[in-house]
Design a protein around this ligand. Structure first.
Ligand code: C2E
Ligand code: CA
Ligand code: CA
Length: 651
């Protein structure tokens, strides 16, 4: 302890500091979320070697400067310690090279080349081990330090510098595939390693070198080993950055490869209507399934809803691509399970060959853009470059026909999502949300079938069905007694332009003895943009009667604030994307706060949508939102469950 507090030499201090640094690095490395990658394993190896160098170096320094330790270890013991330390120091360049090669995705397949790569390290180990039998290369002086004999003692440095030459070559050739931050990090890493030898000669100590190694590794942990940049947290697959990087390194090395893409149709809408956790569950399930078809590290996920599998040394015409897609297609015919609900996903495959069809990252970006547009219309065969210029694909006829018959077939059911009022602590309203369950396809999200219903005209009948169900629920159950004041009902733009909308609504309300105040229609900002006289009349008629309106999904469109002040709505519903973003970044939090301020200054009520956690709820209540809707309080529930929910919570 004394040696550490009153160090007799800076060697001890450096040694101890670098040991601490490497322990910190190790700690960060193992605390990262678990994901498989070769690069991560090699980096783990580097840390292990560095840890050995540092701890053995520390023991050696303690031997030099602390009498008790000196006695315990003894002169002979120290020679073993030093030999081990040196051997590990010279293993370091080898693992570093392996690491760099892995970053650039270089595989050595030939045994001969592998041998050449490993030879300098073997020589270094042999060199130091020789000290156990002969004094030909070096000897130990009285203090217990190594003294090299020249010229033969210099050979070990020479062989190791070969690694640095090779590394320099790799870096000069490939750093342009890296971001500048990364390029700087890796250059510093090698500079520190390279500087190690001259520093050792000048300072006659290896502690400074050990310290540099530790710093360099810590640097790498934050740049190369930063999993958030390369591993998508939601899906566990590689990110877009990782994909871009893989593409460019492979292109530079002139390697052939194929990207097989699995586009999941309308994925973003679908996933947007789920909680982040549920969405992540589903993504991970799909990742795990797809992982079996490719090497670890060759599966990527893009936020546009595309999984990408990379096949090295394969052209898109080879049968492996078609066979893989066949299998995947079969899997997608089946359900996916999210939190007990079976859902059906539709996929569109595509395949691109590099470098024959696409020879640069820019070109890939362009092609992907065209592809995304084509995918909107969907096709079931593997899309190839040659297909992209043709006007592809028919509509998704299947869903279309399901929607057309959904009403007659009794596939539709209205669910109710409770909305919480913090002021009273009660659930005083709810939103009616439609559910479609097809016997073959399972649950289909309204985000997917409603736009289709709008296009094929069934929306009118469907929305009428929703409103009747709501009225029926109000008049036939005791929700009113349980404190339910009104129900939010979504109104499509198509409804709004029907001349007889108001009359139809009025007669339905009459039929079920429902007061106009018990219904709140939700409209979206799209309505505001395309406002027509028919819409105006409808809104006026219904408002006069006492039906109120809410502005849905507020914050996602491009509303003009002054226009908003004039729209006759009672409630603004802050979109869930605004709420969820607010808890990811400070800027978004400010946006949400200011939107709330504006709405409040207009004397309108606010509903915060998509509140998923208790923390979000607490903050939002603090900001003064009048109503809160979200999975944190309740998911949309079937009628009976909803009544039960009110009984339990409002009673
Ligand atoms: P919307 O009007 O914005 O409905 C709210 C959506 O947010 C619902 O998705 C609801 O389940 C979901 N949601 C509620 N709380 C949370 C939460 O905490 N986190 C997340 N991630 N989501 C939450 P749903 O039921 O899938 O509906 C999607 C869209 O379909 C609705 O968006 C609405 O535009 C449309 N839709 C649903 N039912 C009807 C209907 O009866 N008529 C019409 N015209 N459109 C409907
Ligand atoms: Ca809504
Ligand atoms: Ca909404």
């Amino acid at each position: 302890m004394r040696t550490l507090i009153y160090p007799p030499s800076y060697d001890v201090v450096f040694s101890f500091a670098s040991l601490l640094l490497i322990l910190v690095t190790l700690f960060i490395h193992i605390s990262e979320e678990n994901y498989y990658s070769k690069q991560r394993y090699i980096f783990g190896g580097i840390i292990a070697v560095a840890l050995m160098i540092n701890s053995i170096g520390f023991i050696h320094n303690m031997y030099l400067y602390n009498d008790t330790v000196k006695k315990i270890i003894g002169y002979d013991g120290n020679t073993y310690v030093v030999i081990l330390e040196k051997a590990f120091t010279y293993i370091m360049p080898y693992v570093s090279i392996k690491y760099v090669m892995c970053i650039f995705q270089m595989e050595i397949d030939k045994l001969r080349k592998q041998l050449i790569l490993i030879l300098p390290m073997i020589y270094a180990i042999f060199f130091f081990a020789s000290g156990l039998f002969t004094d030909f290369f070096y000897y130990f002086n009285e203090e217990g330090n190594i003294k090299y004999l020249y010229p033969q003692g210099a050979t070990v440095n020479f062989t190791v510098e070969l690694y640095f030459l090779f590394a320099t070559y790799l870096l000069v050739r490939y750093t342009r595939t890296l971001s500048t931050e990364k390029a700087t990090a890796i250059w510093i890493y090698f500079f520190l390693m390279l500087a190690g030898i001259p520093i050792r000669i000048v300072t006659k100590s290896s502690s400074v070198f050990e310290f540099s190694v530790s710093i360099a590794l810590l640097l790498c942990v934050y740049t190369f080993q930063n999993p958030s940049e390369f591993v998508d947290r939601m899906s566990g697959a590689g990110t877009r950055n990782a994909l871009n990087f893989a593409i460019s390194t492979n292109l530079i090395q002139k390697k052939e490869f194929t990207l097989l893409g699995i586009h999941i149709d309308r994925f973003s809408v679908l996933i947007g209507s789920e909680s982040t956790e549920t969405a992540s569950d589903l993504l991970i399930q799909i990742s795990q399934y797809l992982q079996q078809f490719c090497q670890p590290g060759n599966l990527f996920f893009l936020e546009t809803g595309d999984y990408i599998l990379m096949f090295p040394n394969v052209s898109p015409d080879e049968s492996i691509i078609e066979n893989t897609e066949e299998q995947i297609k079969r899997r997608f015919k089946d359900f996916w399970n999210i939190r007990g609900e079976e859902i059906k996903l539709f996929e569109s495959p595509f395949a691109f060959g590099f470098p024959d069809e696409i020879d640069s990252l820019e070109r890939f970006g362009e092609v992907k853009g065209v592809l995304d547009k084509a995918l909107l219309k969907q096709s079931r065969d593997i899309i190839r470059i040659s297909d992209l210029n043709m006007k592809i694909v028919e509509h998704d006829k299947k869903i279309d026909s399901i929607v057309k018959h959904a009403l007659e077939d009794g596939l539709l059911e209205v669910y109710y999502q409770p909305i919480y009022a913090p002021k009273t602590g009660k659930f005083s309203s709810c939103e009616a949300l439609l559910r479609l369950k097809d016997p073959q396809l399972g649950f289909i999200s309204p985000a997917i079938f409603m736009p289709i219903a709008e296009r094929n005209g069934t929306i009118l009948a469907i929305d009428k069905f929703v409103l009747s169900s709501v009225c029926e629920m109000l008049s036939s159950s005791d929700v009113r007694k349980l404190g339910l004041e009104y129900v939010e009902v979504n109104l499509s733009v198509v409804d709004c332009i029907q001349a007889n909308l108001a009359d139809n609504v009025i007669s339905l309300l009459h039929k079920y003895q429902v007061k106009p105040q018990e219904i709140n229609f939700e409209i979206t900002e799209t309505y505001e943009q395309g406002i027509t006289s028919v819409m105006n009349e409808n809104m006026e008629k219904l408002s006069q009667l006492g039906v109120a309106f809410s502005m849905d999904d507020f914050g996602t469109g491009y509303s003009n604030i002054t226009r908003i002040a004039t729209i006759p709505v009672k409630i603004f519903k802050l979109d869930k994307s605004i709420i969820q973003a607010a808890f990811d970044s400070e800027v978004s939090y400010m946006v949400m706060m200011n939107l709330i301020k504006i709405i409040k200054s207009l004397k309108k009520e606010i509903v915060a949508e998509g509140v998923e956690t208790g923390e979000q709820a607490r903050q939002i209540i603090k900001l003064g939102c009048d109503h809160i809707q979200g999975f944190f309080y309740a998911r949309p529930l079937p009628k009976d469950k909803f009544v039960e929910f009110l009984r339990d919570h409002n009673g």
